[in-house]
Design a protein around this ligand. Structure first.
Ligand code: PHE
Length: 404
């Protein structure tokens, strides 16, 4: 019957005692905001991706880092946890924290879940971007679906020591002890060089995103899949704020994935909060908005464009249409300027919705929709009428158009 299975991406999953996903969360699965052109999350992801494209190019001229942005968020507990050495009693595995489709499948809680398979496929340097899911309360800064960009890089002995004048005697591996600074199989030299490279790359990204003068600090932390591990924090609006987690990849993961002769680093960045800071978006829920008044503000091709989000009004809007015959020298932007100068803060948007050419008279007519809305109050019908008439009058006088 209908209730014994869930269908996701054309695949049916039997419901069992582990199932805890809800329609509200499955409705987010096809949003793919990180792949949506002109979305703040897409722009943020592009800025980071471009940093890698611009700074890491193979001798062939191709990008060093392969990018994966389309891997299904439905993974196994093995991918999300076991392959990354999560202990069996790690709280992340609990159904209170993770969305289980059933006992065999779940919605990834981090994009790191794909690291083992990508290393197995032979990739030594890659970025993976995607939506991730964690059971969480909903408020202005928490949402159960969000987005991450992970990076991973593996080095052979030759690659890691290649900048060193006399690398004789330098080794990647030893049978040593695990300390706060390194894993048992790594030499101090290898671990330190990987750490140095990792931190150099991540400071580079941070400075690209927030400017050269950004204040930052490294904080020791713990992840099951890296050691040593750090969080990078930046000083933003008088507070230290976590930007990313990273560390030296646990060697057991490289070994399991068939890359045991290499050492590597991994990092993971949360994109939602970065996008919110960059564009001054005050509420994470806005990132899921389908309101054109929100999305249109980010509709740019160049991800380096400086954008400051302008809040959208919660008050009712009113719309009017205006049609007129244009002159040969008419340009739409003159009309947009005129509407704004007459209507001021009452104008939310002006859009050209129709162009009509009359063959007999060889004239062209434009039709625009004007959206009236104020940040602090509802605009009355009378006010709208008055502004609209004033716009029509001035358009005829100043732009030479003829109202229809
Ligand atoms: N997966 C970690 C998280 O979700 C981030 C991370 C990725 C940390 C890779 C270290 C290495 O918080």
């Amino acid at each position: 019957n209908n209730y014994s299975e869930i269908e996701l991406f054309n695949q049916k999953y039997p419901i069992d005692s582990c199932t805890n996903i809800t329609p509200r969360i499955t409705s987010k699965l096809n949003k793919q905001l990180h792949n949506k052109r002109g979305h703040p999350l897409f722009l943020t992801r592009q800025r980071i991706q471009n940093y890698f494209y611009n700074n890491f190019i193979k001798s062939s001229g191709n990008p060093l880092f392969a990018v994966f942005d389309n891997i299904s968020p439905i993974v196994t507990p093995y991918q999300n946890f076991d392959s990354l050495l999560f202990p069996h009693d790690h709280p992340g595995r609990l159904a209170t924290d993770t969305y289980y489709i059933n006992s065999k499948h779940l919605l990834r809680s981090h994009i790191t879940a794909h690291d083992e398979e990508l290393i197995k496929m032979g990739f030594n340097a890659f970025l993976s971007v995607g939506d991730v899911f964690r059971r969480d309360e909903i408020d202005f800064s928490h949402y159960p679906a969000f987005h991450q960009l992970d990076g991973l890089r593996l080095f052979s002995e030759q690659e890691l020591f290649h900048g060193i004048k006399d690398p004789t005697g330098l080794k990647l591996f030893e049978n040593g002890n695990r300390t706060n600074d390194k894993q048992d199989k790594h030499t101090v030299d290898a671990s330190k060089l990987v750490e140095f490279d990792l931190k150099h790359v991540l400071v580079g990204i941070t400075q690209k995103l927030f400017g050269k003068d950004i204040k930052y600090r490294w904080v020791d932390c713990y992840f099951p899949f890296t050691h040593p591990s750090w969080e990078l924090e930046i000083f933003y609006e008088n507070e230290w704020m976590e930007v990313l987690g990273c560390g030296v990849l646990e060697q057991a993961i490289a070994i399991n994935a068939g890359a045991g002769n290499k050492v590597g680093w991994a990092f993971g960045i949360g994109l939602d909060r970065l996008a919110m800071i960059q564009y001054h978006i005050p509420d994470i829920r806005l990132l899921w908005s389908e309101d054109r008044r929100f999305l249109d503000q980010f509709n740019v091709d160049n991800p380096e464009t400086k954008i400051v989000y302008k809040p959208i009004s919660k008050y009712m809007c009113r719309q009017t249409d205006i049609s007129f015959w244009i002159t040969d020298s008419f340009v739409s932007s003159d009309f947009y300027d005129l509407v704004r100068s007459v209507g001021g803060d009452n104008i939310e948007r002006v859009a050209l919705i129709d162009i009509y050419s009359d063959v007999k008279t060889a004239r062209t007519s434009h039709c625009y929709t004007i959206t009236f809305q104020h940040m602090e109050r509802v605009i009355s019908v009378e006010e709208v009428k008055e502004i609209h008439n004033h716009i029509a009058l001035l358009a005829e006088q100043q732009l030479g158009v003829q109202i229809r």
